[in-house]
Write a new protein. Structure first.
Length: 58
């Protein structure tokens, strides 16, 4: 999940290439990464950030 030798933590694969405009697939990967990071560094007492925010639309 974490890449130690690069500032880019989201791999540019599977239609997740950076561009000059918003890319929905890359945006989705960023949101998923953020939820996983929160679960790792700031876990909730019950459940997870991934579960808690799954109903939100991004």
């Amino acid at each position: 999940m974490y890449h130690s030798k690069s500032w880019d933590v989201i791999a540019e694969t599977d239609k997740a290439e950076k561009g000059t405009s918003y890319t929905p697939h890359l945006g989705s990967k960023v949101i998923t990464y953020a939820k996983q990071l929160l679960d790792h560094v700031l876990p909730l007492a019950t459940g997870s950030h991934q579960e808690r925010w799954s109903a939100m639309l991004f």
